[in-house]
Design a protein around this ligand. Sequence first.
Ligand SMILES: Cc1ncc(COP(=O)(O)OP(=O)(O)O)c(N)n1
Ligand SMILES: Cc1nc(C(=O)O)sc1CCOP(=O)(O)O
Ligand SMILES: [Mg+2]
Length: 217
Amino acid sequence: MARIRADKMRALLKVYFISGSTNTAETELANVLAQAIAGGVTLFQFREKGRGACSGAGKTALGKKLQAVCQKANVPFIVNDDVALALELDADGVHIGQEDGSAAEVRRKIGDRILGVSTHNVAEAKQAIADGADYLGVGPVFATSTKADTRAVCGPEFIARLREEGIHLPIVAIGGIHAKNAVEVVAGKADGLSVITAISNAADPKAAAQQLSQVWK
Ligand SMILES: Cc1ncc(COP(=O)(O)OP(=O)(O)O)c(N)n1
Ligand SMILES: Cc1nc(C(=O)O)sc1CCOP(=O)(O)O
Ligand SMILES: [Mg+2]
């Protein structure tokens, strides 16, 4: 296997759905994911965090179930934070943040699998690139109530600023994105839209994913 090419990575980031069992009122997250994929989700991140989240064997079992949904539809399956679980499941990749340890070490552990790293400024972005990231997660571009410990809202225009500073790795925006403001993110030079509640809380996850997908057309 070889590292993913930047053009393929950009295509996968277009509609990046992130979720865990605590993000949806629907008891079967696998159903929400299947509907979202039918609506055009291009990449999925299993992020099992927060009060009431599964751990241990329950987390592994849920991960396997969601991975099977992704595999059926040929959508790559990324694991948030938990490198050991990603290796156990033979996931397609891992996403880590600045508080999750060394990206270089994660790259050594996961080989050619996809590595995403959250970055908030040019120095972090350059370090993530040097460490072997395949894409950068940048946010929060808008206010979000899904994650309490975010940095300050940076606005979608921050991504254009990173480009001007010479950061050319694929970038996915995150934080408070929904169908109505997604167009601002696209105009701000992001390669992709990553969302939790815009899909996980939607009455119709398929339609929600379709609307986000439509922004790229
Ligand atoms: C695509 C994407 N971007 C950013 C994040 C946030 O990662 P992190 O800062 O490590 O926070 P947690 O998600 O681990 O709470 C992400 N998960 N995905
Ligand atoms: C997981 C996460 N990371 C963020 C960051 O800024 O790094 S914002 C965020 C939550 C995104 O959820 P929603 O789409 O519901 O706003
Ligand atoms: Mg993290």
